[in-house]
Structures are given as C-alpha cells and as structure tokens.
Design a protein around this ligand. Structure first.
Ligand code: IMP
Ligand code: MG
Length: 174
C-alpha cells in the first residue's frame, strides 16, 4: 500500500493556476491561444487553466507513451494520439502535468514546431528540474519540486489517484 502526504493543497493549486493565468494573459494580450494538453496527466490542470485565462482559447489534446522511462535512458517517446486541428500560425501553449527528464516535452515541442505555429510556449504544473536529461525549460511553471513521486490533480500512480483535488507525495509502505 501507499500513503499520500499532501504537498500542495487545493487552495495552493488554485492560487498557482491564477498566477500562471495572469502570466499567460500578459504575454498574449488580445491574441488567441491554443492550449494543447498532454493526456492524461494534464487534464485537470488544463481545465482549470482554461477557465481562469481570460483570452480567446481553443483546446486540443495529444497523447504520448514513453518507453523505458526511469529504467533506461533510451528516451523513446511514441505518439499515441495526435492533435485534431492544425496549429499553423497559432499561438500554442503545451500544457503538461510534470516535467521530469524533459524527454516528453522536448519530443512534443520539436514535433509541433515543425507545423509552423506562430509561437510555442511550454507550461507545466510541476517541474523536477534536477532530473532533467535534455535541455528544455518551461515558460510557465506552477511549482518547482524535488525528486518526489507525486500523484493527484490528474497525476497517477498505476492509473490511480488522478481524481484527488490536491497534489500528494507518495510514500511506499511495506
Ligand atoms: P519526462 O519525459 O521524463 O519529462 O516525463 C514526464 C512524464 O512522466 C509526466 O508527464 C508524467 O506522466 C510522468 N511522471 C514524471 N514524474 C512523475 C511523478 O512524480 N508522478 C507521476 N508521473 C510522473
Ligand atoms: Mg504525462
């Protein structure tokens, strides 16, 4: 069994979403943006962010699977579900739950860059910067965290805990 220690409460996450939303509004004043959520982990963050950002927004989703993560350094990322719409000429903000090695976000930002968007920005709720294997930096970061394994607010452990309204730190027990 695992025990979950609260790391960020629902209130703290709300404040964080507001702070990130204000940064996005300031950067894209008067423009339209396309939020690209990375399934499944970012679903809750993107839905709160989309409600909080007071701009014209469109929402699309993309899904990838990574192989050998944490046990090998192969860094292979495979596209499982592509975007539904063209992003050429659009202001794209990729929305992620956690940036860890950075391989997923690097793969996706390179992939979407080829489609000639007007701009691409990277937004993540959580950033484990100390774990980075590739040179990638998010433009909008909710919280910097240590090398904790976290769950909740969309983020899973073996598909569990995505529905928790807070972010917790998983402690494995006996
Ligand atoms: P990266 O490609 O190594 O940056 O991996 C990022 C992905 O790994 C995230 O989108 C998460 O799905 C997953 N991940 C990384 N850290 C955690 C964690 O602490 N809990 C749950 N999933 C995680
Ligand atoms: Mg993910």
């Amino acid at each position: 069994m695992e025990k979950i220690d609260v790391l960020y409460t629902e209130e703290q996450i709300k404040e964080c979403v507001k702070r990130v939303a204000r940064q996005i509004e300031a950067d894209f004043d008067g423009e339209e943006i396309v939020f690209v959520g990375i399934l499944k982990g970012a679903f809750m963050f993107i839905s709160d962010l989309a409600r909080e950002v007071n701009l014209n927004t469109k929402i699309d989703f993309i899904s990838v699977s990574s192989y050998g993560q944490k046990t090998t350094s192969s860094g292979v990322v495979k596209l499982i579900k592509d975007l539904d719409n063209d992003i050429a000429g659009k202001n794209v903000i990729i929305v992620e739950d956690i940036v860890d090695t950075g391989l997923t976000l690097k793969y996706l930002s390179d992939l979407l860059q080829q489609r000639k968007p007007k701009t691409i920005k990277l937004c993540t709720l959580l950033d484990k910067e100390s774990r980075r294997q590739v040179n990638i930096k998010a433009d909008y970061v909710g919280f910097q965290i240590k090398d904790y394994f976290v769950v909740g607010y969309g983020i899973d452990y073996a598909q569990k805990y995505r529905g928790l309204p807070y972010v917790g730190h998983v402690i494995l027990e006996g």
